[in-house]
Write a protein that binds this ligand. Structure first.
Ligand code: MTE
Ligand code: HPA
Ligand code: MOS
Length: 749
């Protein structure tokens, strides 16, 4: 089945925030943001701006009726700066004007005097100075201290992974409008309508039931709108509250890049110990997460780093510690993988270092240490592993040894072009790591003409969740897809929801939808049985026709819907789903936090031009664990997109902040993302179909985030290619490996 959005997407008819028809009297907002990364506000002068043409009003922190506080996990983030600014791009004032242009012109007339304070951009420096968002956490398995003496080989090192700009095609934005009795409706390009509702209520000192948040779809979120869509939504709501008119704000690309947080950069240390058979006996890692100036989702991201610190390997002795370090960068936030990729990179670097020192391919160590069913993760969960299956299927399909030989042959016959190859196994835990967040509700209506409406909190952002929800209802009711409509996520229809995140939206909202559909179907079957004078067990509905023990009747789905209503039986159901069996005890750092894991293995091959430092990815060949995919096209799309986004993070997307904490790569002219030319020439994803029961919707495993992590292999493939040209290069484990870095390493001594 095609993605249900494709029809309106290609016709340009899909409605994004900026496509919502404007109400008469709509005003436009623009933010004045801090030009410095840390300081005390000595004076703020908005008088010139207020006089500018078209300006209606300028708001500062003093205009906030409730709390000036938008921090979700920790209350440490102001909506508008009060006395201090903590990062370049921190919102200070909000201009509301009659047009977009007038608002932005007025912003330029605002003057500020700031007494500069010391700026920290480096997480290790922040940790030294005691600037931690939360106390450090340590995950432990076995006893590393007493294992080192049993290790034949021990290697230590340091790694850096940089951040990543989300670069959703649709920038952040919101449109708020007053409703009767002081209520406010907010259209928000958010992954988390409830987060927006809760925060708006807090800032405006209003009860949540007066705030309606509605989201039809996003032009991409990638985690960047899990928490950070809230700022703009609440700003519009604040302005609308005061001026009693609709207020809209869609950020320009450079405003968005400058003011919003990104993937967390990490600086990490590792120590790995192996025995003479290359079994990893012990692994220690210390993670310094660059959280930026406020907590945002950093504590949860840090936690997922720890959960993924051993990737898809079994290591009997592990000590992993993480620090969430407060710096003067925009608060970093969720980004596809949510800290997992940062943790996985470090163990891959440790294995690569061991392999380089031992003069063997990393794949030998990787393969020997893959997780088996029954192995324990450092957090106590017992693995149901597909790691070996994925690896051996990869070998069977693509012949790893032959690929290695092809690379070696190419390298011995080419002087100025070299190839590199790497394997990248992945293991990603599915569930929000905060157990309580793994819940969802679905409201299903069957109308009297047999058409169906579904409302959940799942936000469509290109990942195809609405298509999957529609498939759930189509399958359970056995009705045509044209009969089903998936509605916008709206906090007045579905309350107290988790954001669409953690790759879990299709599972949680799909399962809730399945429950609701089953309940309605059961009632309708009872009505059919009564009408046809038979028992419900004999009733089946297939392709909109009622059957009795396999025999067609004259009763159609449509007639049955009306009949059910005439009998005064409800055709609606609100179902609640919670993922069963999950728990986690943070006092012990042990439990069973994930409903299941997703596995996979990819082989990545790259060719570098050794005179220029530029490169092309020849292929990414993967075997990916889909369980039983309910929509192969959607899932393949997720794999391809994730792989390319992961390669971008590892190889070309380079965020640079200067010492003063100013983002230098603040536009697409300086921040390079993969384009059609940098996409691997070949991407093949072979589905590993597993029959095992799992907690995924229809056994179709979550797919949103895991494939991004295949991109980590791109970094190691590039490294291997550079080594093939310059075997003495000492290459730091520092991603992204940009063409500049490739070139420097090719000719380093
Ligand atoms: N795919 C598209 N096209 N656009 C997106 O914004 N976000 C990713 C992933 N795939 C994203 C995407 C992220 S970060 C997550 S958590 C999941 O989709 C969320 O959706 P799901 O739970 O329905 O998989
Ligand atoms: N993953 C993604 N998003 C989240 C999570 C998580 O585990 N927890 C809170 N937001
Ligand atoms: Mo995805 S980073 O969990 O929004």
């Amino acid at each position: 089945m095609k993605n249900i959005d494709s029809y309106t997407h290609v016709r340009g008819e899909s409605v994004y925030l900026d496509d919502i028809p404007l109400q008469a009297g709509t005003l436009f907002a623009a933010v004045y943001d801090s030009p410095v990364a840390h300081g005390k506000i000595k004076s703020l002068d908005t008088s010139e701006a207020e006089k500018a043409e078209g300006v209606v009003r300028i708001f500062t922190s003093k205009d906030i009726p409730g709390e000036n506080q938008i921090g979700g996990i920790i209350p440490d983030e102001e909506l508008l700066a009060g006395t201090h600014v903590h990062f370049c791009g921190m919102p200070v004032a909000l201009v509301v004007a009659e047009s977009d242009d007038a608002a932005r012109a007025a912003v330029k007339r605002i003057k500020i005097e700031i007494e500069n304070l010391p700026v920290i951009t480096n997480p290790r420096e922040a940790k030294e100075k005691g600037e931690l968002i939360i106390p450090p956490r340590t995950f432990r398995l076995g006893d590393t201290d007493n294992t080192w003496k049993n290790c034949e080989y021990i290697f230590e090192g340091r790694t850096e992974t940089n951040g990543q700009e989300h670069l959703y095609i649709e920038t952040q934005g919101a449109y708020a409008m007053p409703q009767e009795n002081g209520a406010i409706r907010i259209y928000s390009s958010t992954q988390g309508p409830t987060v927006v509702q809760r925060t708006a209520a807090r800032v405006l000192n209003m009860p949540m039931n007066k705030i309606e948040v509605d989201t039809t779809r996003l032009g991409g979120g990638f985690g960047g709108k899990e928490d950070q869509a809230t700022t703009w939504a609440v700003m519009c709501a604040l302005a609308s509250y005061h001026v009693k008119k609709p207020v809209k704000y869609c950020l320009h690309r450079m405003e968005d890049m400058r003011m919003t947080g990104k993937r967390h950069p990490y600086s990490s240390d590792f120590k790995i110990g192996l025995n003479k058979d290359l079994k990893i006996l012990a692994y220690e890692a210390t993670f310094y997460q660059n959280a930026g100036a406020a907590a945002d989702l950093s504590p949860a991201v840090m936690e997922r780093t720890l959960f993924h610190c051993t990737n898809s390997y079994f290591v009997p002795n592990v000590t992993a510690t993480a620090y969430s370090c407060r710096t003067n960068l925009p608060p970093n936030t969720a980004f596809r993988g949510f800290g997992g990729p940062q943790g996985m990179f470090v163990i891959e670097a440790a294995i690569a270092k061991a392999a380089e020192q031992l003069h063997i391919p990393a794949s030998e160590i990787q393969q020997k240490n893959l997780l088996k069913t029954g192995d324990e993760f450092p957090y106590g969960q017992i693995a149901e592993s597909e790691a070996n299956e994925c690896w051996s299927k990869t070998d069977e399909l693509y012949n790893i040894e032959q690929l290695e030989k092809d690379v070696a042959d190419f390298n011995s016959s080419n002087k100025f072009y070299k190839k590199g190859m790497a394997l990248m196994p992945i293991c990603f835990g599915i569930s929000f790591t905060k157990t309580f967040m793994n819940q969802a509700r679905s409201l299903v209506h069957v109308y009297t003409d047999g058409s169906v409406g579904i409302s959940t909190a799942a936000v469509e952002m290109g990942q195809g969740v609405n298509t999957k929800l529609l498939q759930v209802a189509a399958k359970i009711f056995s009705v045509a897809q044209e009969k089903i409509k998936v509605n916008s996520a709206n906090t007045w229809r579905i309350a107290n929801t988790s954001p669409t995140a953690a790759s879990a939206a299709a599972d949680l909202n799909g399962k809730a939808t399945a429950l609701a559909c089953e309940t309605i179907l059961q009632r309708m079957k009872q009505v059919a049985a009564d009408e046809l004078k038979t028992s419900t067990e004999t009733i089946e509905i297939k392709d909109e026709i009622v059957f009795i023990t396999g025999k067609k009747t004259d009763l159609s789905w449509k007639k049955l819907a009306m009949l059910t209503h005439m009998k005064r039986i409800s055709l609606s159901e609100l179902a609640h789903y919670t993922a069963p069996g999950i728990h986690f005890d943070t006092s012990k750092e042990k439990g069973h936090p994930f409903a299941y894991h997703v596995y996979g293995t990819a082989v990545i091959t790259v060719t570098i031009d050794c005179l220029r430092g530029i490169y092309e990815f020849d292929s990414v060949k993967a075997v990916h664990d889909f369980g039983q995919s309910m929509n192969t096209m959607v899932d393949m799309g997720q794999c391809e997109g994730g792989i390319v986004q992961g390669i971008g993070w590892m190889t070309m997307e380079e965020l640079l902040y200067n010492k003063e904490g100013k983002l230098m790569t603040n536009a697409l002219s300086t921040y390079k993302v993969p384009d059609i030319y940098s996409v691997p020439k070949e991407i093949i994803v072979h589905p590993l179909k597993t029959e095992k029961e799992n907690l995924a919707i229809f056994n179709s495993k979550a797919v949103g985030e895991p494939p991004l992590m295949y991109g980590i292999g791109a970094y190691f493939a590039l490294r291997n290619a550079v080594k093939a040209f310059n075997s003495s290069a000492v290459i730091p484990y520092d991603a992204p490996m940009t063409p500049e870095k490739v070139l420097m390493n090719l000719f380093s001594q």
